[in-house]
Design a protein around this ligand. Sequence first.
Ligand code: GCU
Length: 361
Amino acid sequence: MIVIEQLLRQRNLPEIFPKSEKSDFKLTSNYLVERRKEILSLLSHEIYGTAPEAPENVTVKKTDASQKYSDFAGKAYVSDLVISFETETGMFSFGAVEIVPKIKEKVPVFVFGNFRGDVPDRYLPAEEIIDNGCGVIVFDFNNVTADKEDGFSSGLAAMYDRKKYSWGKIRMWAWTESRIMDYLMTCDYADKSKIAVVGHSRLGKTALVCAAYDQRFSLACGNNSGCAGDALTRGKKGERVRQITDNFSYWFCENYRKYRDNEENMPFDQHFLLAAVAPRKIALGAAFEDEWADPDSQYLSACSASEVYEKYGFAGLVHPDRLPVVGDRFSGGQICYHLRAGKHFFSRTDWLVYLDEIKKL
Ligand code: GCU
């Protein structure tokens, strides 16, 4: 791995396992558990913010919605869900749509935060998901808290004191995905060992954050997640900390702003986010024309997080000693990376990869 090792050295990344510990490293599961906790608290403190404890009870009101949307030629149960839980200042509820194939076996399920509530949607090939024997629960992230700078006054953001929890909106959306997981744990139709969280772009960042903190997810699919998602920040092309915090500061905790034009001083990089998901599966989608996200930096992040998987006794990203080219799909290990042609988009091509990965669990 001469080429990749050299490219990684040039990025000058902080080590997931600092040197002193590495030299007398003992492969104890306890060490890996403790290190994961440290990484998560670093990510909470420096980028995504801290979140409240999970609520004790999550209740769900379910109504048939097969007429409202479609039941896909009678192949699926389609329901509107209203998911509710107690917060520090009262009850909070948000809506989602549940689509479950009518088959006898338990099914793998995707939790999907989307930009809209449409079913199907240009980012949600619902019938194809059903035909692959999978279920999906989709929600419009604006129903949780608006995707705009509003002084944390909308939805879930308004329910908690931000002096107490420093979470930005990415962490809020991710935390909400865990509330959907709370519900899924009670569903007979769901194969609990095959639940994935998936999202595109800002919601791809969100999916990775969700799975990093919540070990009940067996697979995290980050589509075109880029800056503050899967892509390494050091040496990154396209979007950097300055731009993302200029335009979307409310996605993060305040501390992240310290690293504007100062990325070399970050005590972490985005491979730490992937490391916190290990040894569970990750599927990363990149698009050749998506220079803003930077496919090479997405790939190198996966290469470098592989070290953690190896410590757990698994292969991480199984890849050749070169940068990716269009059409590559590396899916031999616990991390899968694909680079498709075209632009920033959540395409059917991407979904087909994630469907393969969830079915392999
Ligand atoms: C902007 C932002 C990206 C983000 C993207 C999206 O381009 O800069 O970080 O991923 O929006 O969510 O579509």
